[in-house]
Design a protein around this ligand. Structure first.
Ligand code: FE2
Ligand code: FE2
Length: 238
């Protein structure tokens, strides 16, 4: 008997492959300079800063679904994330990192452009892409919690009482898992549908399996390219 994997699990599996590889490369943080780790953190902050906007775009794009739950879930996610980049910025300043001194890194800009495009029009692609990025968010908070710990210790600041520890812990204690599961529920409702079904008018689009997979894979591919560039740059700053 073959057990068919749920679609959310299939996407998770693809995501795991790439996040495990990145984690492996960042396993030994002692070999990276403070400058390199700080730079990486500032790039992650850039994503945090853009994230609320992505969520809002996704809220609008998924309004085209007959299933109104997807857009509502993304709105709930947006409400939670709306002020996070402000907290992140403050937390970084507290340990001596000023994100305003950041210089644009082209691969990050290109990554954002790819995600923006992916979530602009097609609701099923948007659902897949947002599920993939929310899944990767868990891995990002794990990785950046370790990086934050390393930097704080090197700078001889207090880790336990830091805003930065609280920021990552809050995300890892349920927030990101909630975002992933909240969308995962709808990912698993996706089915194969013929195109041009007469009942499918403008705001009554169905959750199409092939487009959900497509959106997720494109988002994962974009994250792979982005992380590869991030790690190459970090290595070079060693
Ligand atoms: Fe957040
Ligand atoms: Fe999230």
């Amino acid at each position: 008997m073959t057990i068919e994997l749920k679609l959310s699990n299939e996407i998770d599996r693809t995501n795991d492959q790439f996040t495990s590889a990145v984690k492996q490369q960042l396993k030994d943080l002692t070999k990276f300079s403070d400058l390199a780790l700080e730079w990486l953190m500032m790039e992650h902050y850039q994503f945090s800063e853009r994230n609320a906007g992505f969520l809002l775009t996704a809220v609008n794009t998924t309004k085209q679904f007959k299933e109104s739950g997807v857009s509502k879930e993304l709105k709930r996610n947006f409400n939670e994330e709306e002020n996070h980049s402000i907290i992140y910025k403050k937390s970084l300043l507290e340990i001596g990192t000023n994100v305003d001194k950041h210089i644009e890194f082209t691969p990050t800009t290109e990554f954002f452009a790819t995600i923006s495009k992916l979530i602009a029009t097609c609701p099923s692609c948007t659902l897949g892409a947002m599920y993939a990025t929310e899944t990767a968010a868990i891995f990002e908070h794990v990785v950046f919690r370790d990086i934050s710990y390393t930097i704080i210790k090197r700078r001889e600041k207090n880790w336990e009482k830091s805003r930065l520890k609280a920021f990552h812990d809050m995300h890892l204690n349920g927030v990101e898992q909630g975002h992933k599961d909240g969308l995962g529920m709808f990912i698993d409702l996706a089915e194969e549908h013929d195109f041009g079904s007469a009942s499918e008018s403008l705001n009554e689009q169905l959750i199409r399996k092939n487009l959900v997979i497509n959106g997720a894979n494109q988002a994962i591919d974009a994250m792979i390219v982005w992380w590869k560039a991030l790690l190459t740059q970090t290595e070079n700053m060693k």
